[in-house]
Design a protein around this ligand. Structure first.
Ligand code: G6P
Ligand code: MG
Length: 211
């Protein structure tokens, strides 16, 4: 029995893929690192520091932990500049309708995101009030594909993992949810490669399936 839906934020509720791309690209150009859209795709669902580690390892570069911190801080300040473009109008009607319908039918709703900017993003798009629980990158020690973020969300919601379905656009996120015994609904990229138990084009299809 499904009692709760846990949503990844980025790429599910709102896509800021392009902002991540622009911010990493700007940093890479300044630092003499190679970065392209393909690499950006591999960073979905992965924490900021882990993302930099992936970028560095792909070009055999090493860096001190202090330098890494400085670079991830810089990337984040660029990313936050781009986030200024988000407004409540950025939330699609399909997503707003799906969230409203799920709430109306008594589902508990949560966010389970690797991002430390999740609350800022939710505020900017004006949809913080849809969710009973928000667990993000500030609350966890291990980023997806580790299931920590989803396990914590279920715990805060007061439901068992088997009563949750996770909506995700990243492979890492689908793996995280499956690892802790949650059902998975893939959207976006993850749906394209059909790695969810269910694969949807948009969130209203998920809502229709379970209400
Ligand atoms: C999401 C995005 C990733 C991003 C991660 C950390 O999972 O899909 O691309 O790296 O959040 O985001 P942050 O906002 O903390 O840098
Ligand atoms: Mg995502």
């Amino acid at each position: 029995l499904i009692k709760a839906v846990i949503f990844d934020l980025d790429g599910v509720i709102i896509s800021t893929d392009e902002y991540h791309y622009l911010a990493w690209k700007r940093l890479a150009d300044e630092t003499g690192l190679y970065f392209d859209r393909n690499m950006n795709s591999a960073l979905r669902g992965v924490s900021r520091l882990e993302s930099l580690n992936i970028i560095l390892s792909r070009q055999g570069r090493q860096m001190s932990e202090t330098d890494k911190l400085q670079l991830t801080d810089k990337k984040n300040s660029y990313y936050k500049e781009y986030l200024e473009h988000l407004t409540p109008a950025s939330l699609t009607e399909d997503t707003a309708n799906a969230l409203t319908s799920l709430r109306k039918h008594g589902y508990l709703l949560a966010i389970g995101s690797s991002s430390k900017n999740a609350r800022l993003i939710l505020d900017r798009i004006g949809c913080g009030t849809y969710f009973d629980v928000v667990v993000d990158g500030n609350d966890i020690k291990r980023s997806k594909p580790d299931p920590e973020v989803f396990e914590l969300a279920a715990k805060h919601l007061g439901v068992f993992p088997e009563n949750c379905i996770v909506a995700e656009d990243s492979e890492a996120g689908i793996e995280a949810a499956a690892t802790c015994g949650m059902r998975t609904a893939a959207v976006g990229y993850a749906a394209k490669i059909r790695c969810g138990d269910w694969n949807f084009d948009k969130l209203s299809e998920l809502a229709k399936k379970i209400v």
